[in-house]
Design a protein around this ligand. Structure first.
Ligand code: UDP
Length: 389
């Protein structure tokens, strides 16, 4: 009856379901939560403000194909994300850039540091903080130490519960020093929010007669893996399984639990038109939360109140909170490799997405990965050639 089962209705699952269903495949989609869109899920709250229930998701990409693809399912509201970090009580733009220099240092010092940056790096370059720390130039060394201490170190410890040296470069490179004056958090060519939100976007993708969606259903309720074989509703399933959940769960955690970092998302209503100086303000050095996001500044709406979100990082505990970020320790990588090897026993299972591939994918990365998977399988999918993607 079904050609394919897709576990998880987040971005990875939605793109694959949409592509394969449009090519005529019959898809059964199984989602544990009561809603689609995974961690991109958004909804209008009691204040009439569109909030991101699982933390701020800002869409940005340099890839015109991804932009074009998503544009089939949504209109856009142009949006360029801006973040400030509170340094010594003052919110200043991050990524730390040439404007930030002049906001935190007296003019003579800021000019000197700016000259040192421009002498050593090309204008427009992003330099990971740990790379700048290795600089031989005394002025740059001073700047690197300052940014490391004021923006990076304590935020990172809070966010990950680990010292920065135990965290993968893929994470630490995400917050660079920017040799330029662009205050935007991202510099990509396409930056926007789906006009009616991500949930609406994903619902549009899944609105296809070839997709049967089962919400509120754990995959273990309907399927089982046994000796290289998949059983669906108790019968052997010869079709394809695309799995976007946690890989350890697919194999009953037989090689141990893959560690994730979770976040306690605490929403608050504030009786004010606007609460803070930027859509997101980071608090590297004080408080137990890492950042506050004000959704009205992302999705503008008239309201005398505003909704803010404080993010309190915490340990992930299965069944208690949500797995948000894979923690890339050597031990975790080794366990992931074992699960990956186990996957190889099944010719018809593919693991895709942030959870299943244990990667810190951005939204556009996930979409790119899903689309390239579809492309690589053109042979098996009737009429996919009629699709441009
Ligand atoms: N980071 C930091 N200080 C900040 C913001 C980020 O040290 O003010 C570090 C921290 O380790 C964080 C990583 O950079 O986990 C990635 O930040 P990003 O804003 O990309 O995180 P996300 O939005 O994915 O949580």
């Amino acid at each position: 009856m079904f050609d394919m089962v897709i576990v998880g209705a987040g971005m990875a699952g939605a793109v694959l379901a949409e592509r394969f269903a449009s090519a005529g495949k019959k898809i059964l989609m199984i989602e544990r939560r009561r809603h689609v869109a995974g961690n991109c899920y958004d909804e209008i709250d009691a204040n009439g403000i569109l909030i991101h229930k699982y933390g701020p998701h800002l869409f940005h990409t340099d890839d015109a194909q991804i932009w074009e693809y998503l544009s089939r399912f949504t209109d856009w509201q142009i949006y360029h994300h801006r973040v400030k970090a509170v340094i010594d009580g003052k919110p200043v733009p991050i990524p730390f850039n040439l404007n930030t220099l002049h906001e935190v240092f007296p003019k003579s010092l800021a000019d000197k540091l700016e000259a040192a940056l421009l002498k050593n790096f090309e204008y427009g370059k992003k330099i990971p903080i740990l790379e700048l720390k290795k600089s031989a130039d005394a002025d740059l060394q001073f700047l690197a130490d300052f940014v490391y201490e004021k923006i990076f170190l304590h935020y990172t410890e809070k966010q990950w519960g680990l010292a920065p040296e135990n965290i993968s470069g893929a994470v630490t490179a995400r917050v660079p020093i920017f040799v330029g004056r662009d205050d935007r958090y991202f510099n990509d060519r396409f930056q926007a929010m789906p006009k009616r939100g991500y949930t609406h976007l994903v619902e549009n993708m899944l609105d296809n007669k070839n997709i049967k969606l089962l919400l509120n259903t754990d995959f273990q309720e309907v399927m089982k893996l046994d000796d290289g074989e998949i059983f669906l509703f108790g019968k052997s399933f010869e079709g394809r399984l695309i799995y976007t959940g946690q890989l350890d769960e697919l194999f009953g955690k037989k090689f141990g639990t893959l560690p994730y970092r979770s976040v306690d998302m605490k929403f608050e209503t504030v009786d004010a038109e606007i609460f803070q100086a930027a859509p997101t303000v980071n608090y590297p050095n004080n408080y137990d939360f890492t950042r506050i996001t004000e959704f009205k500044q992302i999705h503008p709406v008239k309201s005398s109140r505003t909704t803010i979100l404080k993010e309190y990082p915490q340990e992930y505990v299965a069944g208690v909170n949500e797995p948000y970020y894979p923690i890339f320790t050597d031990e975790a990588r080794a366990a992931y490799e074992k699960y990956s090897a186990e996957l190889a026993d099944f010719k018809n299972i593919t693991a895709v997405g942030r959870l299943a591939e244990y990667r810190y994918y951005d939204i556009d990365d996930v979409i790119k990965r899903a689309l390239s998977l579809v492309r690589s399988e053109e042979v098996g999918v009737r009429s996919l050639k009629t699709c441009s993607l």
